[in-house]
Design a protein around this ligand. Structure first.
Ligand SMILES: [Zn+2]
Length: 75
């Protein structure tokens, strides 16, 4: 599955350089919590390889955690 729903609006709507569709973002593993209530993650498009850093609230992250960890393991 892709994680576009976690990306900011501008990013998730960006056209992919590889196929001119929307980028297909997956997490690449640098999950770390920042000071405060945010989780920092690096996402990459599996088609064109563009990278984006995103911040999730802890709540958003824990809702998705199983999926995120599963996806990272598959990479
Ligand atoms: Zn892309």
């Amino acid at each position: 599955m892709n994680f576009n729903h976690l990306m900011g609006r501008n990013v998730s709507k960006r056209k992919c350089k590889a196929n001119n569709e929307l980028c297909y973002y997956i997490p690449v593993g640098n999950v770390r919590s920042t000071q405060g209530e945010n989780i920092h993650m690096t996402m990459t498009c599996r088609n064109c390889g563009v990278r984006e850093d995103i911040f999730l609230t802890k709540e958003q992250y824990f809702t998705q955690q199983k999926l995120i960890l599963k996806e990272i393991k598959n990479v």
